[in-house]
Design a protein around this ligand. Structure first.
Ligand code: ZN
Length: 403
């Protein structure tokens, strides 16, 4: 049957088709629908896609990433959600930390990709936290939002909830622990007001129900019971704003978010051996996994899944292989003084990961090494186990005070 629109074709157009059979052959078939351009070179049709080769904002029309795997820095990877949702992967290593976040916005027709910024060209990566820790002295970021670089999320900083908090000791010795990393003096944890928000948090006032996965055999000489206790302690410390800065042992008022431990689960944290965030499974699972596919320096990894607005699930995995873990028997109230050299404290690492779960991001720079959200963990370093002022201010900004 003749195309009834053939009559509107101009003679030059017809002639060009006749004169150029190759062009005619390349024309899309009549039933191909809207014209489609070939996918960009950075969007090969199969396999995982490297986040570093993708634009920060990917139009779904030119490269539909949904359901595919995006690989980011430090071995992190995420499965891109099918609908409007976001996944954030964070890893903490002995030598730094990485973040990969993929957010699908179907109405806008875009996938936004954020990852740890690579070190600026021509500069040596700072040993400690490539791409996250400023190599140069940090401008004063102790008041208000810290400086951000172009790949950073906008940093929010709310009003200080407790400038006149009573019971604050404020007498922490100057320079506590800052010598550990051989860096310039860090601001004291009780004075350092810096924090950075991620882009997702739980609904204010809700209770996060979570379970413990202890199925992996843990290397490094920590008992199963102590391991479970340490994870519980780390979660409670973060959510309950535990601190050494007050006589009560916690900041007041507490942030308006709660956690409740539901016991053990057989459901592993939804984190692949190779560092990929899987699809959420409805259980917030915190525990131990073999993360052998990630760099050998990896201590822990957290996946956070966000729905339309808020976080809906989070899983935390501590590295069960090739790391020496130690926890004081009997829980968090015992000093870390007995920590054997080279061992890491799970309660401290879990407190850091739990603040990721709650919506905080890393604070950059050696000045902030005393905060829980510093992206560097050292052996036997228990500073992360209790919150600094900035960590607390971030939680109050996200959740408000608990009434
Ligand atoms: Zn982290």
């Amino acid at each position: 049957m003749l195309n009834r629109h053939a009559g509107v074709w101009s003679l030059p157009a017809l002639l060009s088709l006749i004169a150029c059979p190759a062009l005619a052959a390349a024309a899309p078939p009549a039933d191909a629908g809207p014209a489609r351009t070939a996918p960009p070179s950075w969007c090969p049709p199969g396999g995982a896609l490297a986040a570093g080769r993708l634009p920060a904002s990917v139009p779904l029309a030119s490269c539909d990433l949904r359901g595919r795997t995006v690989q980011g820095p430090g071995g992190l990877a995420v499965t891109v959600p099918d609908g409007t949702a976001a996944v954030t992967a964070e890893s903490l290593r002995t030598d730094g930390a990485d973040v990969l976040r993929v957010a699908v916005d179907v109405p806008a027709g875009r996938v936004r990709i954020e990852r740890t910024a690579p070190p600026p060209p021509g500069t040596a990566a700072e040993p400690g936290a490539p791409g996250l820790t400023d190599a140069s002295p940090t401008p004063d970021a102790t008041d208000g939002p810290p400086a951000t670089d172009p790949e950073d999320e906008p940093t929010a900083a709310g009003p200080d909830p407790d400038d006149d908090e009573s019971g604050e000791s404020g007498d922490e010795p100057e320079g506590t622990g800052s010598e550990v990393k051989g860096q310039p003096a860090a601001v004291r944890a009780c004075r350092d007001r810096t924090w950075r928000a991620s882009t997702s948090a739980w609904t204010r006032g809700r209770t996060i129900f979570w379970r413990y996965y202890g199925g992996a055999s843990i290397e490094g000489g920590i008992s199963a019971g102590d391991a479970e206790q340490a994870v519980r302690s780390g979660v409670a410390a973060a959510v309950g704003a535990r601190t050494d800065c007050t006589r009560t042992g916690h900041f007041s008022p507490r942030p308006n978010i709660r956690q409740h431990y539901l016991g053990r689960t057989a459901r592993k944290p939804g984190i692949g051996r190779r560092g990929g965030c899987k699809q959420p499974d409805g259980t917030n699972s915190f525990g131990w996994l073999s993360l052998g596919g990630l760099p050998s320096s990896t201590l822990a990894m957290t996946c956070t899944w966000q729905g339309w607005r808020n976080t809906v699930e989070a899983d935390v995995a501590l590295q069960s292989d090739d790391k020496a873990w130690w926890s004081p028997a009997g829980g968090e109230d015992r000093a870390a003084g007995g920590c054997p050299a080279g061992h890491y404290l799970p309660a401290a690492i879990v407190a850091h990961e739990t603040l990721h779960v709650l919506g905080l991001d890393h604070v950059k720079g050696a000045r902030h090494a005393n905060l829980t959200m510093t992206p560097v963990a050292a052996p036997c370093d228990d500073r992360m186990a209790t919150l600094g002022r900035g960590d607390y201010r971030g939680l109050i900004a996200l959740y408000g005070p608990r009434r």
